[in-house]
Structures are given as C-alpha cells and as structure tokens.
Design a protein around this ligand. Structure first.
Ligand SMILES: [Zn+2]
Length: 446
C-alpha cells in the first residue's frame, strides 16, 4: 500500500510543520468508544497536536500531554462501570500546555495517532487503550465456549457471523436527514441475530457488539474464532446521486467491481479502515501470502458465497426495489476470508430520502432482517455442513421444492401435516410461498 504510506508520511510532515506555529490548539471534546478488548479515546482538536503519553503509579493513572493546547469545554465522564478508567481530569501546564489525566482501574498499553478531517469530523487525536493481560483474555474465552455449542448426538449448530458495518469513530454513510449508517445497520443486525438464534440448529455471533470500530481484518478474525459457517456484513450506503435506490448483495471480486456503484462502495468501505487502523498500513508480505492462500482455497468458498448471495437477493425482491437483480462483485476487504463463505448486503441507499426513512423504521428494519434470514435459511436447508443438526434433520425430514401452482394448504394435505407445523418448521410469517423455495416438511403434525 505505498500510496497510503506516502499520505501517512505527508501527514506526519504536516503535523510537524503545524506544531512549530505558535497558535494555540483548541481541544474541543472527547469521545470514547468501548470495545470488548480496548477503548478508543478521540479528542477533537483544531490542529494536529504534538503529544506524549505515559503512565503514573500509586494510584494508577495515564497522562496525555498535549503541547500548546487548551480545553474548550469540560470532558464527558465515563460511566461508573467502564472497565478501564473511572475519571478524566485536565489541567494547564507551563501556562500553555494541556495535561489530561485518566484514573485507571487496570494497567493499560496505549497506541496513539492522529486523523485528518473526514465526514463530519475535523482533526482528531486518537488514543487506544488495551488492558494488559487478565481481563480481556477471560472475556474472549467465554465468548468462544458460548459460540461453539455442540449437542451430543444431535449435530452442532450452524454459526452465522453477523457483521454490522462501521461503528464508533466511523459512522459510515449518512442520509439527507443525518441518519448514520452505523446505527441502522446495527439495528438490522440485532434483529437478524435474534431470528437466527430462534431457529433450531442455528446460532448467531454478533461481530460488533456495540458502538465501536473494528478493523476489517479483525472482523474476519472474530468470525474465524467463532468457527462461523457464514459471514454476513450489513451496510446501507450512499451514492453521489440521491435517486439511486434499492438493495444489492455482494460477494468478493479479486478482479474489479461489476459496476460503478460497486467500485464506489468498495472504495468507501475499505478507506475507513486504512485511516482508522492508525496509520498502520496492511503488511505487504501478509498481503502476498493472503493472495496465494486465496487462490488455493477460495474456489469452494466463492461458490458457496455466490449461492447464499443469490438466495438473499431472491428474498429481497419481495420487500421492495433491488438496485441490481443479480449478485454483484466488488473488492470488499471484509469479504476476503478464504475459508468462510462471505457476503455483503447493501440493504438500501441511505442517500435516498425515501430509503433513509425506511431504514429508520423498526418495521422495515425487521423486513430487511427477515429477507436476509430467509435467504440464509434456504441456503443451509440445501447445503448444511454434514456435522450439523440441520443436516441430520434434513435426512429425517422430507423436502418440498415449490413449483408453480403449489399452495401451502395443498402441500400440507399432500404430506398429511398441518399448515401450522410447516409454517413453524420454516419460520414462515404468513402463507406466502415462492416458486423454487425449499420447504422442510416436519414428520409430526402440530
Ligand atoms: Zn457501509
């Protein structure tokens, strides 16, 4: 990534030349985003500051000295149950510098970097706090054991990693009324996860569990750690034109995007990561190795991704406009797992005023989650991994592929089971069925 490295070096030079000037830097506010394994502090600053960070003992504190700066307004305080620190204080030093002190609850390691203006934000100083050993380790192991739930002789659950795009300091796209992508996609992701968890034999793992930023690679790692059978990333992006509308479903392309909109989206999805990763560009050697691994093992994953994507797209047709009615391809970084089938769903264009309104509606969020859920369910009904409960059940149950003229009552009669039992077994909300849809026919009438 030499282009980005150049930009990074350039911004460092800029930072140095700026701090030589005498004009005081205004520190306007402090936001913090709490993730399970770290907390990100973001200071809004009028100019890129020079700064230093060091710990103090007895009691444990973290000092952030910002040179030639003053505070515009008091800082927001963390909630009492914040895992890493209890209070933020500030003081003037040498009559011209700002000292910020955090009262720590545990030892932390830190990493800091600055961000250039983007979206609604101006210049920022970012400090990431990582708890040293102990606390973070414990929570990640409990997550793992909860995620892999194998019932003896019954087959394991199918694990779906549900990834709400963006988060924390990266709000994603925004609509004309100011709706933030990170918020609406999180709401849709939560609804989808709840539906998956209600389905016997399936389990959802939320990749992002709250309002914080995760690197794209980290998102893939979380899915892999949970041994996910599928990775679904949920977005609601913007385009230059506010008229563009509808849903699209993407799989990874290694050879370029299939449309201009796809190219635009991939650029915007990936760029936040290069910035918010803290100026650390992706390791070139790592990239080389990754691309070799991709070529070796991705053929099967690609085929599975394409099939899930087609099922999800098929279900979106029933709830409104599609942006493109075929599965799209683009170079989304987050889809690059060589071993986990991965799709990215653009639920709607938040830049379209009508779709922005729909994205804010709980009822419509539910419909979108439901379309994704049914697509996933249809896929696993046909292609459940052999060691799963769903695969075992499918050998015990009859499957009926809907053809033209079929009705739910007719099918119920044909197999001698109740409509209610068929609806329950397939999570159908009403009596609507589609040609090509696969229904599981339960053994017992209910
Ligand atoms: Zn997005």
């Amino acid at each position: 990534m030499p282009r980005f490295r150049k930009i990074f070096v350039l911004s460092l030079l800029l930072a140095m030349s700026v701090t030589v000037g005498a004009e005081q830097i205004k520190v306007d506010s402090l936001r913090f985003w709490t993730a399970p394994d770290h907390t990100r502090l973001v200071f809004d600053v009028s100019k890129v500051p020079s700064h230093s960070i060091f710990p103090l003992d007895n009691p444990a504190r973290l000092v952030i000295d910002i040179n030639n700066a003053s505070l515009n307004r008091p800082f927001r305080q963390p909630p009492g149950n914040h895992p890493l620190f209890s209070k933020v204080r500030s003081a003037v030093r040498h009559g011209k510098d700002l000292r910020v002190v955090l009262d720590l609850k545990t030892d932390v390691a830190t990493k800091s970097f600055t961000l250039r203006p983007s979206h609604q934000y101006g210049n920022r100083l970012v400090v990431d706090l990582f708890p040293k050993q102990g606390a973070a380790k414990a929570s990640s192991t409990t997550q793992k054991s909860a995620a892999v739930k194998t019932v003896e002789n019954k087959g394991r659950d199918i694990i779906v990693a549900v990834d709400a795009g963006h988060g924390g300091e990266d709000p994603g796209a925004h609509g004309p009324r100011g709706t933030q992508e990170k918020k609406v996609v999180f709401a849709i992701a939560q609804k989808l996860a709840a539906m998956i968890n209600k389905q016997p034999g399936m389990k959802a793992v939320m990749v992002r569990k709250g309002d914080y930023y995760l690197k794209l690679r980290k998102r893939m790692d979380i899915a892999r750690e949970a041994r996910a059978d599928l990775f679904v990333s949920i977005h609601a992006d913007a385009f230059k034109s506010s008229r563009v509308k509808g849903a699209s479903v993407f799989t990874l392309s290694r050879r370029g995007a299939s449309s201009e909109a796809a190219r635009w989206l991939a650029y915007h999805e990936n760029s936040a990561d290069l910035e918010l990763a803290g100026g650390v560009s992706l390791d070139d050697k790592d990239e080389m190795l990754a691309s070799v691994l991709l070529d070796l093992s991705q053929t099967a994953t690609k085929e599975a991704s394409r099939k899930v994507a087609a099922k999800v797209l098929g279900n979106f047709k029933h709830i409104g406009a599609l942006h493109k009615n075929t599965v799209q391809k683009a170079g989304f970084m987050v889809l690059k797992s060589p071993d986990i089938p991965s799709i990215l769903v653009e639920t709607a264009f938040i830049s379209n005023p009508h779709e922005e309104r729909k994205l804010r509606s709980g009822a419509h969020q539910y419909k979108m989650a439901r379309a994704i859920f049914h697509g996933i369910l249809e896929y696993f009904r046909e292609y459940a991994p052999p060691d799963t409960l769903m695969a075992l059940n499918s050998t015990r149950q009859a499957r009926h592929v809907i053809s033209r003229g079929d009705t739910l009552s007719g099918i119920a009669q044909q197999y001698g089971v109740s409509m209610r039992a068929i609806k329950a077994a397939n999570s159908l909300a009403d009596n609507t069925i589609r040609v090509g849809q696969v229904l599981m026919i339960p053994a017992d009438s209910g």
